[in-house]
Ligand binder design. Structure first.
Ligand SMILES: Nc1nc2c(ncn2[C@@H]2O[C@H](COP(=O)(O)OP(=O)(O)OP(=O)(O)O)[C@@H](O)[C@H]2O)c(=O)[nH]1
Ligand SMILES: [Mg+2]
Length: 437
């Protein structure tokens, strides 16, 4: 049942000035009429009214706004209620709506309906989730751009290119020429090359786009006692990790989400790197190596005033490393940091943000990119199909086979945007949404 009436709290439960409850679906207005005293369908106008429970007892006085289909978020008949927040009013209002015939909404169901009703495509729906989950400003900005359809337009443009190529190929199939076909072979090759180049360009945006959406993985590493956990705590602003003068304090890796200059970072503190007879510490060191291999950037902590060891040099050569001179209050160093005085922390944040997101600092608003594995997989499929199509172009080629591959490339983009019937894709995407969204 894709149109039955659903209701949910759209704001988080708990103490707040206001709460928003959403009701949408066929019959939403009849249900609202049972809950709102003197309910009137006045499209998109705020109306003050008393909300009543099933026994006619007042719950609250609040505002409701009616959005007749299709001009609502989900595309269904919708009523949005603003009542007072806290634990009772929103819960009683919701209960009243459920008693009046609305079903509790499943996670992401409003947005899912928006996609099914053609109010937005899948990429935009994902952006709704990304915007809500964004913790750094840059993530929010990227999500708003995607919600605005920037990425969708870019994919649509590629899709049109492919459809044109397909049309040229059909023409070639329907009217095969003798020497020169009706379509100059060079034209086909050129059209394919352009679509392939566009696909490559989009795919190239994936690493940065995914890093922005998920947060860059920054791993603090170094020898025992280098000051890693102290740096972790100082950057976090709280004493999350244990700090002692005993070498080998940290065993388990500790992860925290934070932002550096509005850019999202997943910061990980790890066990100090050394060969050790202690079984537990050795396990910690092994875990450290796994984090190092996954890191977008390693903050290699080395106390000021000492040479790097051969192991530290090897790490610098094998991983994306930013050398951090620690304990600069004891031995001053250019660009050194001190967890004790806080010196150098801001500069470190800036250096990290520039290393990780430097390319996007300028491009962020211009270039919509792929932001998740689903996007990357779809484009990679399209890319592979275009590569497969190429040998079938030209005088000795086979336009039918070329066309088959181009079609599959188009289908891959269709699934990405949400043009085909894609219940299963929808299930996967919206299962991670929260209720009321
Ligand atoms: N003066 C000074 N001491 C520091 C600074 N950072 C850390 N220390 C001291 O150095 C010692 C080790 O600090 P930790 O942060 O536990 O070092 P670690 O690298 O996490 O060590 P392990 O977890 O054992 O690998 C502690 O005694 C800290 O107080 C600093 O910036 N200045
Ligand atoms: Mg530590």
């Amino acid at each position: 049942m894709l149109t039955d009436p659903i209701a949910a709290l759209a704001t988080p439960p708990g103490r707040s000035a206001l709460a928003v409850v959403r009701l949408a679906g066929v019959g939403a207005f009849e249900i609202a009429d049972r809950v709102v005293r003197n309910f009137q369908v006045r499209p998109r106008l705020a109306t003050l009214a008393t909300f009543l429970d099933a026994r006619g007892e007042p719950i609250d006085r609040g505002i409701y706004i009616v959005f007749p289909a299709p001009h609502s978020f989900s595309g269904d008949d919708t009523v949005e209620f603003s009542c007072h927040g806290g634990l009772t009013a929103p819960a009683r209002l919701l209960a009243a709506l459920h008693a009046a015939g609305a079903r509790p909404a499943a996670p992401g169901e409003f947005t899912r309906r928006a996609v099914l009703n053609g109010r937005m495509d899948l990429l935009q729906a994902e952006a709704v989730g990304d915007l809500i989950d964004a913790t750094a400003t840059a993530q929010g900005r990227a999500a708003v751009a995607q919600l605005d359809g920037n990425l969708s337009r870019r994919i649509q443009q590629l899709r049109r290119q492919l459809l044109e190529l397909e049309a040229l190929l059909s023409y070639d199939i329907d009217f095969p020429g003798e020497d020169d076909g009706p379509v100059a072979p060079a034209r086909l090759t050129e059209a394919l090359a352009q679509a392939a180049a566009q696909t490559d360009r989009l795919l190239a945006t994936a690493p940065a786009g995914e890093r922005l959406r998920e947060g860059a993985l920054v791993v603090i590493a170094g020898r025992p006692n280098a000051g890693k956990s102290s740096l972790f705590n100082a950057l976090l602003g709280t004493e999350r990790a244990l700090v002692t003068e005993i070498a080998g304090t940290t065993r388990d890796a500790i992860e925290a989400h934070l932002s550096f200059l509005d850019w999202p970072v997943r910061l990980v503190d790890t066990a100090g790197l050394r060969t050790t007879g202690d079984r537990i510490e050795a396990m910690g060191v092994e875990v450290s190596h796994r984090w190092l291999d996954a890191a977008d950037l390693v903050l290699l902590c080395v106390e000021g005033g000492r040479e790097l060891t051969p192991e530290e040099r090897a790490l610098e050569a094998s991983h994306p490393v930013l050398l951090v001179r620690t304990k600069s209050d004891l031995v001053p160093e250019p660009e050194g940091v001190s967890a004790v005085t806080g010196e150098g922390l801001d500069q470190l944040r800036r250096r990290v943000a520039e290393r990780l997101f430097g390319g996007q600092l300028a491009l962020a608003d211009l270039e919509p990119g792929l932001t998740r594995e689903r996007h990357r997989t779809a484009l990679a499929t399209a890319q592979a199909e275009l590569v497969a199509a190429r040998p079938f172009l030209g005088r000795d080629g086979d336009a039918t086979l070329a066309s088959h591959h181009v079609r599959r490339a188009v289908l891959s983009l269709d699934e990405l945007i949400g043009i085909v019937d894609i219940e299963e894709v929808l299930d996967r995407i919206f299962s991670t949404f929260c209720v009321g969204k």
